[in-house]
Design a binder for this molecule. Structure first.
Ligand code: AMP
Length: 497
């Protein structure tokens, strides 16, 4: 009987690829699929020895490593729900995730700054990734077979927290079917094969670096050059040895600044893919001029996986468009409740890739339409060829270097500071990060704080990427008749600072 667990789907061609390299960490190590499977099975047995059962949640806040990918895959195999967490999160944020997801285990590695944190230890026992991935710890007598859990399509494989519109993060619960349908589809349209070498410089706690990049590569038995993070010099060094690169626009903005980037360097590359934030036409054009490559832009979200993609056929790729909906995805532009001109409206999607709702949130009415379409909050249009264009966001979201920040969450923290009367957090254009987080602040009478003092106060509460980089102090926030802060006026007024 065929098992629809994502694990089995990812490894369906493993027999052919057992001796292929799966990961190469420059100057460190190479590992083949066969040995990688052994690490996954070691973790599987260690998790089972810790009584992890299908449906249990496993939180992981670790650095980027082969072992943490093996942990993700071992969770799939057991049927446990994997919850990757950004390394940057504060203790308060972690507390929230633990309360919300009630994990059986909280896994961190030796590089984690909270490893000896008493506040964290008070709420949950910490488990070391190094220990559960080491075969020394296996209880040989345990006699556990590493069978893949026979999951249903709707069983949840992972929860990814996205910072929420209401000020608290929300856990997007993604099923085995959501993830498998998406990577099967991307594999086909992007023509992945076991000859591919993926240059991986993305974080692995996000949909892009984990589900798009890792799932697509493993599914096709390809090799992954696994860089700890994006660093222009090392990416340029490994481009000639790779065939595919996936990145956020910030990566491409940095690469085009470098004089080493040219078409000769990229001659081994099959395709450069971009997503998670808007890619400007300037970046697309400059990259094309310097390398002869037309960046393939795609569009997706944590809640939906990938939704659209430009075509693989180079002549048909187009700058500024995110391409056509993936074969199984229904996409429509809805004008309901919006007063937008021309053919603009909210992008709404339905398909096997779209999640079923947020963890612990029963009421789906705000996120889905009555006929089951997910409301993305992105504003777009479709041209007469069927290509999708994203022109803006209805949701009050800032995307900085590919990471999402909901202003409400930051404002809540700013407004708790006694000296601050009120605040409005906005995203302003930034050449490198796409957008930068800016706080417009009104101080209480006769009170003063420097930007540094404000930053230091909230740094303990919020991940660093959410902390405003710039502060603008004004005496009053602009409001409309209903009393709503007019962020569009602020964005317009300060766009050139
Ligand atoms: P995330 O859940 O972090 O993947 O962020 C999803 C959001 O990123 C989407 O709702 C869009 O607003 C934005 N996004 C993703 N891909 C693109 C793209 N190619 N162009 C413009 N915005 C994008």
């Amino acid at each position: 009987m065929e098992i629809n667990n994502l694990y089995n789907i990812l490894f369906r061609e493993i027999e052919k690829n057992r001796n292929n390299t799966v990961f190469e960490i420059p100057d460190e190590k190479k590992i083949i699929y066969k040995d990688f499977e052994n690490i996954i099975n070691t973790i599987y047995i260690n998790l089972k020895n810790k009584q992890v059962e299908p449906g249990d949640r496993i939180c992981a806040q670790t650095s980027k490593s082969i072992e943490v990918i093996a942990l993700y895959l071992a969770c799939l195999k057991i049927g446990a729900i994997y919850i990757p967490l950004n390394f940057d999160y504060s203790i308060d944020e972690l507390k929230f995730f633990i309360e919300d997801s009630k994990p059986k285990l909280f896994i961190l590695d030796k590089k984690n700054k909270y490893i000896n944190n008493d506040n964290l230890k008070k709420i949950i026992k910490l488990t070391l990734l190094e220990e559960i991935s080491s075969s020394d710890c296996i209880n040989i007598k345990s006699n556990i077979k590493t069978n893949t859990f026979n999951s249903n399509d709707n069983d949840i494989a992972a929860i990814l927290y996205t910072s929420g519109t209401t000020g608290k993060p929300k856990g997007a619960a993604l099923s085995h079917k959501n993830l498998s349908s998406n990577c099967l589809s991307l594999n086909k349209i992007w023509k992945f094969s076991s000859n591919d070498i993926l240059l991986h410089a993305l974080p692995v706690y996000h949909v892009h670096g984990l589900f798009v990049a890792i799932n697509c590569s493993i599914l096709s038995g390809s090799k992954i050059i696994f860089l700890p993070k994006f660093d222009t010099a090392s990416v340029l060094e490994y481009i000639p040895k790779s065939t595919v690169m996936m990145g956020v626009p910030t990566f491409y903005n940095r690469l085009i600044e470098h004089k080493k980037l040219n078409s000769n360097l990229c001659k081994n590359m099959r395709v450069f893919i971009s997503g998670s934030a808007p890619l400007t036409i300037e970046t697309w054009n400059t990259f094309f001029k310097k390398t002869g490559h037309k960046i393939l832009e795609r569009y997706g979200m944590t809640e939906t996986g990938m939704i659209t993609s430009n075509p693989y056929l180079i002549e048909k790729r187009k700058a500024e468009s995110v391409g056509w909906p993936l074969p199984e995805v229904k996409l429509r532009i809805s004008k309901e409740n919006l007063n937008l001109k021309d053919h603009l409206g909210e992008i709404q999607v339905k398909g096997p890739n779209v999640f079923n709702g947020y963890w612990n949130k029963k009421n789906k009415n705000t996120d889905f339409t009555k006929d089951g379409f997910f409301k993305t909050g992105d504003i777009g249009k479709i041209d007469n060829e069927g290509r999708v264009f994203i022109v803006g966001r209805q949701k009050d979201l800032i995307i900085t270097g590919g990471l999402n920040v909901y202003p409400k969450e930051v404002e809540d923290h700013l407004n708790k500071i006694n000296e601050i009367k009120e605040s409005a957090v906005i995203g302003l254009p930034d050449k490198d990060f796409g957008e930068t987080v800016v706080a417009v602040v009104v101080m209480e009478k006769n009170k003063n704080l420097t930007p540094k003092e404000i930053q230091n106060t909230i740094l303990n509460k919020l991940a660093k990427f959410k902390v405003p980089k710039k502060f603008i102090f004004i005496s009053e926030l602009p409001r409309n008749i209903m009393g709503k802060i007019q962020k569009n006026i602020l964005r317009d007024k300060y766009k050139d600072i």
